[in-house]
Design a protein around this ligand. Structure first.
Ligand code: SF4
Length: 99
């Protein structure tokens, strides 16, 4: 399990629908903000993925599994949008976009 460091500058949450993770505002799945249900699309470029498993280790909600030596976002519906996987991926194989 990765070590989670909360941003010490952030002392409270502005909205009960938001949470802080890794120093960022993130939106839990199915959060309703302004009447819109928000989610995250996680994509892995398999040509860039080296299968080092860094994203598997860092993801707090176990979105990734290694399948045939490549990261596969098999539990994408659990994504919190923290982008920790994007940050640890040395080959920039992962993208996370709000949908
Ligand atoms: S952004 Fe990446 S590390 Fe964060 S929850 Fe989603 S898949 Fe996991």
């Amino acid at each position: 399990m990765p070590e989670i460091q909360l941003d010490n500058k952030l002392e409270f949450c502005l909205c009960p629908h938001y949470i802080w993770f890794n120093g960022k505002i993130i939106f839990p799945k199915l959060t309703i903000t302004g009447g819109i249900i928000m989610g995250w699309q996680v994509t892995v470029d398999v040509d860039k993925c080296t299968g080092d498993g860094e994203c598997v280790d860092v993801c707090p909600v176990e979105v990734f599994e290694l399948v045939d030596g490549k990261a596969d976002p098999v539990n994408m519906e659990e994504c919190l949008g923290c982008e920790s996987c994007v940050e640890v991926c040395e080959t920039e194989a992962i993208t996370v976009v709000e949908v």
